[in-house]
Structures are given as C-alpha cells and as structure tokens.
Design a protein around this ligand. Structure first.
Ligand SMILES: NC(=O)c1ccc[n+]([C@@H]2O[C@H](COP(=O)([O-])OP(=O)(O)OC[C@H]3O[C@@H](n4cnc5c(N)ncnc54)[C@H](OP(=O)(O)O)[C@@H]3O)[C@@H](O)[C@H]2O)c1
Length: 245
C-alpha cells in the first residue's frame, strides 16, 4: 500500500521544499496532500512545476489554518477522501512585526492559535485516520529554543510547539506513531522578503556559516527525521551555528 502524507503550508518556502523532497523519495502509489491558505497561483505553479511523472501524486487542499472552523472543515474533507495517513507535517506559522509593547491581545492570540492550538487540534482530528507506525513532524523554530525580545509571542508559540511534540509521544505510543519537531534558524524563504540588507548582514555575521539556510537543507533533515524509525520526541536544531560566539 502506498504512503499518504499531509503537509500544511506546503506551497512556499520550507513546506514546499519538504513536499518536493518527499515527492522525490516517493513510490508511484504514494500520495501527498498539500495544504495552503491563500495563494492559488503559487499552489498551482508548485504542482505544475513538479516532475511530470510524479505530478499526479499531489493533491492541493486550500484551507486557512488560522481558523479553527476551517481546520475542522479540512480535516473532515481529508477523512472522507483518504483511507489512512502515514505522515503529517504541521508547518504553517505566522509572526508579528510589532514589538511586544505594541501587540494587542487579539494579535497575541492569533499567533498562538495559528502556530500552536490549531496544529494541536489538527493532530487530534486526524488521529483516527493516522496509520500505526506513522510519523508526525512539527516545524518549530530556533526562536522557540532561545528567547529573543524581537519575537516574543512567536518564540513562545514555537517553544509550545516543541513541548507539544514531546508531550504527544506517550499519547501516541499505542499506535507507535512517532512525533518530532525541527527548529530552524534563519532560512531563505519569502518570510524574509521585506528584511533590509543591513538586517540580513547583521544576522549573517552571527551565523558561523555566514549565510541563511536553504529550504532544501531543512527539507532533507525533515524527511530524514520523518523516515527514521528511531527518531521520537526530539527537537532538532538547524541553524548553521547561530550565536555560537
Ligand atoms: N523562514 C525561516 O527563517 C523560518 C525559521 C524558523 C521557522 N520557520 C517556520 O517555518 C514555517 C514555514 O515558514 P516559511 O519561511 O517557509 O514561510 P513561507 O515561505 O511564507 O510559506 C508559508 C506557507 O504557509 C502557507 N500559509 C500561510 N498562512 C497560512 C494559513 N493561514 N493557512 C494555511 N496555510 C498558510 C502559505 O500559503 P498561502 O500563502 O497560500 O497561505 C505557504 O505555503 C513556519 O512555521 C515558520 O514559523 C521559518
């Protein structure tokens, strides 16, 4: 039987790279569901640009995962259309540009809901279709390992994601489902599009490898963790040696 995967936030950046890496490693009867929230054009382009012989294995699934209601609707649609799920990658995430002193309560909650609460409940909704021996991977962040005053609520939400991954290990033990998280540092994706050159250079000086990571480098590690049958309850950093001075 082929393996079925779902990746949220799968049509750009890290999610798209994980989707490409999984597709490259896939067998012909594997299926990969790609969730995205808004940009139909980017989603369709991603599928169009996939290798022709593998394109038919991809399924697009639009749902705004900042909304609990939309997440539930997506989970219902998936349950109707799949027999079982082997791999679940919870990758959607948002941040705020404002400093802590300027957030309002709604903004704080929106980040926590999108990054932590909705992914947690998506896992719960999909548990009935998760197959024994399945694998779950959360995209956390190095900002959830190390506290930064410039991204307070984001860091808090990602620290929560890391702890959620560990906390689910015993919950999912009966079905032998493994749960892990990755904690990337600065990765070159549209997320950093509006960053000034000065800000980029300041960050690069703090990275021992003096460059941002590529989505492909993160995806290789993500897929290795998804596939490795002894990885469970781990949060794995990937940041090129950030702040090791
Ligand atoms: N880039 C970094 O330096 C970095 C570092 C550490 C951790 N991360 C984490 O990595 C993850 C991906 O970041 P990225 O840099 O790859 O971002 P990105 O390039 O901006 O891609 C974001 C993806 O998520 C989708 N998305 C955004 N909002 C969504 C929503 N409400 N519902 C469903 N899908 C949504 C986007 O599709 P639509 O636009 O169509 O909605 C897109 O496919 C995030 O969790 C982020 O926190 C990133």
């Amino acid at each position: 039987m082929g393996k079925t995967s779902l990746i949220t936030g799968a049509t750009s950046g890290i999610g798209a790279a994980i989707a490409s890496e999984l597709l490259g490693r896939s067998d012909a009867d594997d299926v990969i569901w790609l969730n995205y929230g808004h940009n139909d054009e980017a989603a369709e382009a991603f599928v169009r640009e996939a290798p022709g012989e593998k394109r038919g294995q991809l399924r697009l699934l639009k749902a705004d995962l900042s909304s609990y209601k939309e997440m539930c609707r997506m989970a219902e649609e998936l349950k109707r259309n799949m027999e079982g799920l082997d791999r679940l990658v919870l990758n959607t995430g948002i941040s705020l540009k404002e400093p802590f002193e300027e957030y309002d309560y709604e903004q704080w909650n929106r980040v926590l809901e999108t990054n932590l609460s909705i992914p947690a409940f998506l896992v719960r909704e999909l548990l009935p279709v998760m197959r024994e021996g399945g694998s779950i991977l959360f995209t956390g962040s190095y900002a959830g390992q190390q506290a930064y005053s410039s991204s307070v609520v984001y860091g808090v939400s990602k620290a929560g994601v890391h702890f959620l991954a560990k906390s689910l290990v015993k919950v999912l033990e009966p079905k032998k489902i493994r749960v892990n998280a990755i904690a990337p540092g600065f990765i070159q994706t549209p997320w950093h599009e509006s960053r000034t050159e000065e800000s980029r250079q300041r960050i690069e000086r703090k990275i021992a490898l003096h460059r941002f990571g590529t989505p492909g480098e993160v995806a290789q590690m993500a897929c290795a963790i998804l596939e490795n049958e002894y990885m469970n309850g781990s949060v794995t950093d990937i940041h090129g040696g950030y702040d090791y001075f």
